[in-house]
Every structure is written in structure tokens, then in C-alpha cells.
Ligand binder design. Structure first.
Ligand code: MG
Length: 377
């Protein structure tokens, strides 16, 4: 039997219907499966420890809850991950509850990605990071079965990956601020978080040492259109490339007003989650920030990038604080985008995967099949 026929006749989800789901993705599984041709889903919570405190417009934190996922089919293992920053509304509990409900036994072909997504939607709405964890693991598994990385499957040129930005955030201690600035030195673009009350100080602190282009993420922190426009005009004089989510996501008319007057492009982040949101953003924003944890994974992220391009919009590819697993999965799409913000793995102290590399600021996609990662621990 050749590989294609083998795949057609293999039964994807029977393992989930016939055997209990393991809660330990990487340690001792609760039940080992010895039969071939069955898909095993296992998962475990994995708290991401941040190297620096995150100071965002609306909160502060030192960890991010996560869940690591593993999909095994006939000896081939795909890795996935859910990362749940609090503002997204998902938690370890909600993700593990969703994953526990999944029964993929009705599918007899692991390549039925569309059907598997439709099924996940039918199990429960929302749960985007949970769905992304399955989607990423499925892409890793399928890419490995085909022996190819996803950038190749999508027909993308890995030479055309963008530079990634590296995020610095405001630190009231000057020594800490200096440390942040020193760490961004190898990068060609620096992302500055704003909307926390020190917006101009952080740019001025950086500009004392570096002319590196910046992009600004206001994280919905500017509450009036006049202030947002004034900041865009000020930033345009500071070698800023674009402004992400200048105002609260609900303020779409005000954002459109700023966009008409702003010398800098405006990019939607919190405003936008999934494919239908791309057309909603068109007109009020110049571009979109795609993140796998919002889009339910790589499958819909690819469609979003295609649609945004068709609408003449800019495309940015972002991430949450994640291990190299989900960041490398996102990197597979990076040749399609204008700007990348794929530093999430660099911001954590307990990465457990080898994957994406940054060379002189540029995204390097590993030459491995699937999403391109290797489990280290
Ligand atoms: Mg953002």
C-alpha cells in the first residue's frame, strides 16, 4: 500500500472515541496506545514564565498560562500549543475542557482539515486558542506525513521572510529600561508598547541610543481620536512604520477618522479575530495583525492573509507569548506578510522547542517538515 492509500484508509479519530484522552502530553501518558493507524490527542498545562514583566495598557503580568498538545498518528507526532493571555478570555480550564470534549472518530482521513475545523466549531463556539492548538498539531502531523514544511506546501519562498520586531516595554527604573534597549540591538525593527502613560518617554529613551525603525502598539490605549492622531503625527517624525490598534476596538468610526488623516498606517489587532473580521476592518484600518491564537490556527490564518491581500490591505503576523512551537508554526506563513512580530518565544524563560531562528533581525524558517520544530524537553 502506498502512502496516499494508506492515508486514505487510515482512521483519524478513532483513538479519541475508543481510548481515554491523556492529560499528560509530554510526561507519562495516562494510557499508552500501541495500535497503529489511530490518532491520539494528549495535552498538559504548561505555564510560560516571562523574562520581563509585561506592562500593557490594561494590566501587568509575569506568566502566561498555556497548554501543550500532542497529536500522534501511526507513530508520527505533531505538536501544538494554546497560549492564553488573560484578555483573550480563555484559561487552562476552558482549553482542557474543550479538548476533552473532542471526538474525532468520525473522520477517516487526517487530511480533512476543513471538516475537522467545522466539527470543532460545532462542539463549541469561541475557544480560539484551544482550536488553534489542535490545528497547529494537525498541521505539524500532516506536514511530517508529507515530509514537507508548510511554507513549501503553501508554495511560499522562505527567502522572502520579513524582519521581525522585538518588543520593549516601559520600565520606570532607568537601568531596567536600558537593559530592554540593549536587548533589542540585534533587531531591525523594535515594537514599542504604548497607551500606558509613558508613550513619548519610551521612544525618547530609545532614540537616545538607536535610530532603528519602530512600530507602535497602543493596545487600545488612546481614548480620543484627536490624541490618537496627534500621536500618529508625532510618531511619523520618529521613524515609525505603523501604529497597531490605536484606539479601543469598539471605536471603529473614530479609528476610520484617524486613518483618513494619519501619516502612518493603522493596523487592527484586538479589533480582529477571524476571517469575517477582515472585511469589517477594511476601511477603518490599513491592515490586520493575524495571530494563530485568535484565528483558530494556521488554516484560517492563511485564508485571512489571502483575503487581506485581495482587499489591498497590509498584513502583519503576530503572536502571543508562546514557546517556539506556535511561533514557528506562525513563521511558516511569514513569507506572505509585510511585517512580523514573532518574538513571543524570546520573551519566555522556559521554551521547550527548537524552531524559528532570527538572523540579523530576519525570520529564518527551519528546514524541517511540518511546522518545523523539535521538542527539547
Ligand atoms: Mg497588539
Amino acid at each position: 500500500m502506498n502512502r496516499r492509500n494508506f492515508l486514505r484508509t487510515s482512521i483519524l479519530g478513532t483513538a479519541l472515541a475508543m481510548s481515554p484522552i491523556s492529560f499528560s502530553a509530554f510526561g507519562e501518558p495516562t494510557r499508552k496506545t500501541t495500535r497503529s493507524g489511530r490518532l491520539n490527542l494528549s495535552f498538559e498545562p504548561y505555564e510560560l514564565k516571562l523574562r520581563h514583566t509585561f506592562n500593557l495598557a490594561k494590566n501587568q503580568r509575569t506568566t502566561t498560562p498555556g497548554v501543550q498538545v500532542q497529536l500522534e498518528f501511526d507513530g508520527v507526532v505533531g505538536y501544538g500549543e494554546a497560549s492564553m493571555p488573560p484578555y483573550l478570555g480563555e484559561s487552562v480550564q476552558s482549553v482542557t475542557e474543550f479538548l476533552s470534549k473532542l471526538d474525532l472518530s468520525q473522520f477517516d482521513d487526517p487530511f480533512r482539515i476543513e471538516d475537522i475545523h467545522a466539527y470543532m466549531e460545532s462542539v463549541a463556539p469561541n475557544n480560539r486558542a484551544a482550536k488553534a492548538s489542535v490545528d497547529i498539531a494537525l498541521h505539524d502531523l500532516l506536514g511530517k506525513m508529507m515530509g514537507q514544511p508548510w511554507y513549501k506546501i503553501w508554495g511560499l519562498n522562505p527567502e522572502t521572510t520579513p524582519n521581525t520586531s522585538y518588543t520593549i516595554s516601559y520600565q520606570s527604573d532607568p537601568a531596567e529600561m536600558q537593559k530592554e534597549i540593549d536587548e533589542c540591538a540585534p533587531f531591525r525593527v523594535v515594537k514599542v508598547k504604548m497607551g500606558v502613560g509613558h508613550d513619548k518617554e519610551i521612544v525618547e529613551a530609545l532614540r537616545r541610543y538607536s535610530d532603528v525603525p519602530i512600530c507602535v502598539d497602543a493596545n487600545q490605549g488612546w481614548s480620543s481620536k484627536e490624541h490618537a492622531l496627534e500621536m500618529c503625527e508625532w510618531l511619523a517624525e520618529k521613524n515609525c512604520l505603523f501604529v497597531e490598534q490605536p484606539m479601543p476596538k469598539e471605536m471603529i468610526d473614530e479609528t476610520a477618522w484617524v486613518r483618513e488623516r494619519s501619516p502612518l498606517p493603522l493596523i487592527a489587532d484586538e479589533f480582529l479575530q477571524r476571517l469575517p473580521d477582515v472585511t469589517r476592518a477594511h476601511g477603518a484600518y490599513d491592515g490586520i495583525n493575524i495571530k494563530l491564537m485568535k484565528s483558530t490556527g494556521m488554516h484560517e490564518a492563511y485564508k485571512m492573509a489571502v483575503l487581506a491581500r485581495a482587499l489591498g490591505m497590509k498584513v502583519m503576523l503576530g503572536c502571543m507569548t508562546e514557546t517556539s512551537c506556535a511561533v514557528t508554526a506562525a513563521a511558516q506563513l511569514s513569507p506572505m506578510v509585510d511585517w512580523a512580530d514573532l518574538d513571543g518565544n524570546l520573551l519566555i524563560a522556559n521554551d521547550r522547542f527548537d524552531g524559528i531562528k532570527i538572523n540579523d533581525g530576519k525570520v529564518i524558517i527551519p528546514d524541517r517538515p511540518g511546522i518545523g520544530v523539535e521538542l527539547l524537553s
